[in-house]
Design a protein around this ligand. Structure first.
Ligand code: IPD
Ligand code: CA
Ligand code: CA
Length: 260
């Protein structure tokens, strides 16, 4: 193993510790009184624990790797994602679930070098399930290596989709969803992507920011999944965008449903 690989290996082990510590912290503070703020509207919440988790992760990363860059949901200034060593953080994905249900939320972390995904982690905190790997690492759920996508007809699979998207006409998410076995809505983009990785969902369609989806894209690629815009093009990584997480072998079929 050369020095570069050794550093990457060390960063991957460190990343797993970071998300495990963030998860422990959130479980310990689950029943604290929350300071809740609305961001864009009353459905878009942030708590003091979102900010605290990102601040703690940032401090730990930068004290060990001072030249690296943080791209986090709660960051004030966002640096470009495609230059240098960048850690992408969503400290609590599914904040509304965290506030209202105390379950079904995740900590998401991804690591990129000059825009190339090196590994991704999505931690289902309350189920203690860590999805991790991608790049040069096997994709695992805790200690188990996940199998690649196994082919089945589109109409035998479920689609992850929120009610809002179902009613949108362009792209035709409704027509797309009606070709499937049914829709499910989990309230966490990260966990919905994980349900695709394990085959519980055939696909997930969502409206997300880079901190929501970069880890999933890295995890999905080796297992045969693509993360693309409804026309099949690559994400722009600029702001919020509509994305599909689907088996690569189903892309043409899905594009057909969406364009009707
Ligand atoms: C949100 C959740 C939600 C998705 C939104 C995301 P947050 O993340 O993943 O399921 O529909 O697009 O912004 O704000 O809870 O980190
Ligand atoms: Ca999120
Ligand atoms: Ca978040």
């Amino acid at each position: 193993m050369d020095a570069k690989d050794r550093i990457l290996d060390e960063k991957y082990r460190f990343a797993k510790e970071l998300v495990a510590e963030a998860g422990d912290f959130l479980r310990q503070h689950l029943h604290d009184d929350l300071e809740i703020e609305e961001k864009t509207d009353f459905t878009d919440l942030v708590t003091h624990l979102d900010r605290q988790v990102q601040a703690d992760m940032t401090q730990k990363i930068l004290s060990r790797y001072p030249d690296d860059v943080i791209y986090g949901e709660e960051s004030v200034n966002l640096q470009p994602l495609n230059q240098g060593a960048v850690w992408v953080i969503d400290p609590i994905d599914g904040t509304n679930n965290f506030v209202a249900q105390k379950t079904d939320f995740a900590v998401i972390l991804a690591y990129l070098e000059d825009g190339q995904g090196q590994f991704g982690l999505i931690y289902d905190v309350m189920n203690d399930e860590l999805y991790h790997g991608g790049g040069s690492f096997p994709v695992c759920l805790n200690q188990e290596v996940l199998p690649k996508y196994e082919e089945k007809p589109f109409h035998q699979g479920l689609i992850g989709m929120s009610a809002g998207l179902f009613h949108q006409e362009k792209p035709n998410f409704r027509h797309f969803a009606l070709q499937s076995l049914g829709t499910r809505s989990y309230g966490s983009a990260g966990l919905s992507f994980c349900h695709v990785l394990t085959g519980r969902l055939m696909a997930h369609v969502t409206h997300v920011y880079p901190w929501d989806f970069v880890a999933a894209g890295i995890l999905g690629q080796p297992l045969g999944y693509s993360l693309v815009r409804p026309d099949g093009s690559q994400p722009t990584y600029e702001g919020r965008e509509y994305l599909l997480f689907v088996p690569t072998s189903k892309l043409e079929e899905v594009k057909g449903y969406l364009s009707q």
